[in-house]
Design a protein around this ligand. Structure first.
Ligand code: MF3
Ligand code: CO
Length: 243
């Protein structure tokens, strides 16, 4: 799974460099689609149609801006100075899938957004550090929840991480809130996506009429970070690590 992890990491790094004020989120999607094609990979988002979506997924990226947290559809929205942009990307290469996400702020930084972004990224680091063979799934969930609550952020555990392998969404579920030493016993060989997402305000979200886009109910900013990791006897290996 290392080659697909590397590709997913490279696409996210490139998107972050490529993203500019004045572009649309469709422009970012097109950039990722070109990279997928050039690598001989396949999108696992395009055409994906779980029961909640009003239509099959139209792009190769989820791009969630400002109050949008997850599953934002690429659109004609023009990116503006100060926008908080969450990009989530997964694809398949040589029969294996990797899934990763990051959030960045375009142009002028604000303290509020930078603190939210840094805290969400730190929660991912804490979740990964808690992922050890012999430990429990609840160790990961508790580590993520603790960082978010300490930051004073809204956390909603309805969406979280998941096993990754031949397909994007596999068992087990990786909740973003939980208790240590509870849940599935973690074993070497398990590959999963860990993905904290927080809202600057409360714990509630709303879903757009498209059935996809998840936004903070109070309109506050949201951030999302995700890595695909493999558990080994030596500890977690981050398959989607960026340089
Ligand atoms: N990659 C997202 C996740 O982290 C899911 C994307 S759903 C899709 O689980 F429809 F956009 F594919
Ligand atoms: Co995921």
């Amino acid at each position: 799974m290392r080659p697909v992890g590397r590709l997913v990491a490279d696409v996210l790094t490139s998107l972050r460099e490529h993203a500019k004020i004045g572009m649309t989120t469709w422009d970012l999607d097109a950039h990722a689609a070109e990279m997928i094609a050039a690598a001989g990979a396949r999108s696992v988002y395009l055409g994906y149609h779980p029961s909640f979506g009003a239509m099959p997924y139209p792009g190769v990226l989820c791009i969630s801006v400002n109050d949008a947290a997850l599953h934002g559809l690429p659109s004609d929205r023009v990116l503006a100075d100060g926008d908080v942009v969450s990009v989530d990307f997964a694809c398949e290469l040589q029969g294996w899938v990797a899934d990763s996400a990051l959030t960045f702020q375009l142009g002028t930084a604000s303290d509020e957004a930078q603190r939210l972004i840094a805290t969400t990224s730190a929660a991912l680091d804490a979740g990964i550090a808690a992922a050890r063979p012999g430990g429990h799934m609840g160790d990961i969930s508790a580590a993520i929840g603790r960082v978010g609550r300490q930051g004073g952020y809204g956390i909603n555990a309805d969406f979280g991480g998941h096993g990754v392998g031949r397909t994007m969404h596999e068992d087990p579920h990786v909740a973003n809130l939980g208790r240590r030493r509870t849940g599935l016993k973690l074993r070497s060989g398990l590959v999963m996506a860990i993905e904290p997402w927080y809202m600057a305000g409360g714990d509630e979200y709303v879903i757009d009429d498209d059935g996809w886009t998840i936004r903070s109910a109070d309109g506050s900013l949201a951030a999302h970070f995700e890595h695909t990791i493999a558990l080994t006897p030596a500890g977690p290996v981050i398959l989607t690590a960026r340089d």
